[in-house]
Write a protein that binds this ligand. Structure first.
Ligand SMILES: Cc1ncc(COP(=O)(O)O)c(C=O)c1O
Length: 387
């Protein structure tokens, strides 16, 4: 009965692979198995200490409990603008070109709902963050998947894109540093994307939540925006400041596009809890040391992760950036799902298959660096013992 009530826009949108698999893992753990989970991309380390203090102090201010502006408090917009100036060298007008969000995930649906009409198309990376495709579908648009492969360093193949009928394409999603592959952006790539946007009048959105994790250089697509109005970027403090649960993100870029997104967003949600926004300001103001210490820990974990990858017979690219290891499965397995099941059954280790992120991920698994060193060490011990 209830299935008949479901709206058409939800057809084809099912339960997330992770939600199903985590139920299976819970069942195993309830039976006394100790499944080691290397799959979840939620930072496990604490946020900057200034954040906690700001949150607690904010609780006593009466007006902090009221509804807040749809655009967030001015201090938060200013803090994001200063952060972009300091770390990316991008100058933003805080009132017009900065829109705080409830995470960058929220931004993906807001942008899709604000720009796509029925039948419009959006270019979506394969493999990629699944929300780009589902948000396009929810907005009544049509995702057109473009492949990212190792041979092109996980950059779009512009020759292949030019062969497509682009007449209905209004939006292109890119995500550098790329999740799940660890593909890095480059100045040359970003210049090509801007050129592509101008030539075909397509809005390009770079989703940039991993810009501070194990990167060689901090890049923003807006560093090259001089020649076009059609560029937006999503960012967030979920990964850069270990604050995924706080739900603070941001949309930056062209003022008219941001105003369009705000028209939708202001009908759907309201500003976040003021102490949370004030704490986000404190997070954005931390010094460079914060990012160095964070990355020092990720570097150690990455070395351990690489040992695991080798022990289970996979291969990976050394030059990957971001929070994940994208590992090619051993040739004797037909796909990542059967390999993930094998790892779960044999070692009680959970590593999600790359197919969760699209058909091009079929021969891969994705390891997350969000597990502490002890877990990696335990994984290594367990694999060695069971060999
Ligand atoms: C590529 C990508 N974009 C966006 C998000 C969502 O992040 P946020 O916490 O900012 O909503 C994620 C989260 O895993 C992600 O991997």
């Amino acid at each position: 009965m209830v299935s008949k009530l479901k709206s058409k826009r939800l057809s084809g949108i099912g339960e997330y692979y992770f939600s199903k698999k985590l139920r299976e893992i819970d069942t195993l753990n309830a039976k006394g198995e100790n499944v080691l989970n290397l799959g979840i991309g939620s930072p496990d380390m604490p946020p900057p200490s200034a954040v906690k203090e700001t949150l607690v102090n904010g609780f006593n201010e009466l007006n902090y409990h009221q509804y807040q502006s749809y655009k967030g408090i001015p201090d938060l917009r200013n803090a994001f603008a200063k952060w972009y100036a300091k770390y990316f060298g991008v100058m933003l007008e805080p009132d017009a070109e900065v829109l705080p969000l409830i995470g960058s995930k929220e931004g993906v649906i807001h942008i899709s709902m604000s720009l796509l009409n029925e039948g419009d198309q959006a270019l979506v990376p394969n493999p990629g963050y699944p929300t780009y495709g589902s948000a396009t579908n929810l907005a009544g648009g049509e995702p057109v998947y473009y492949s990212l492969d190792e041979a092109h360093q996980y950059h779009p193949d512009f020759d292949a894109l030019e062969q497509l009928d682009l007449s209905r394409v209004k939006l292109m999603w890119v995500n550098y540093p790329h999740m799940p592959t660890g593909g890095n952006g480059s100045d040359d790539l970003f210049a090509q994307l801007i050129q592509f946007s101008r030539k075909h009048q397509i809005v390009i959105v770079n989703d940039n939540p991993y810009g501070f994790i194990l990167t060689d250089k901090r890049r923003s697509l807006l560093q090259q925006r001089q020649n076009t109005d059609l560029v937006l970027e999503l960012n967030s403090i979920s990964k850069s400041h270990n604050m995924a649960g706080w739900r603070i993100g941001v949309l930056v870029g062209n003022a008219d596009l941001i105003q369009t997104v705000l028209a939708f967003k202001s009908n759907v949600d309201s500003g976040q809890f003021k102490p949370v926004m004030r704490s986000a300001v404190a997070a954005l103001e931390v010094s460079e040391d914060w990012y160095e210490l964070l990355n020092d820990e990720y570097k150690i974990r990455k070395k351990l992760a690489q040992q695991v990858v080798e022990l289970i017979g996979c291969t990976f690219r050394d030059e990957e950036v971001g929070m994940f290891i994208w590992a090619r499965i051993p040739t004797e397995f037909s796909d990542g799902e059967s390999f993930a099941d094998f790892l779960l059954n044999k070692y009680r280790i959970f590593i999600p298959p790359g197919s969760v992120f699209g058909s091009e991920g079929k021969s891969f698994i994705r390891l997350s660096l969000c597990s502490p060193r002890e877990i990696w060490e335990e994984v290594i011990k367990r694999i060695k013992e069971k060999e």
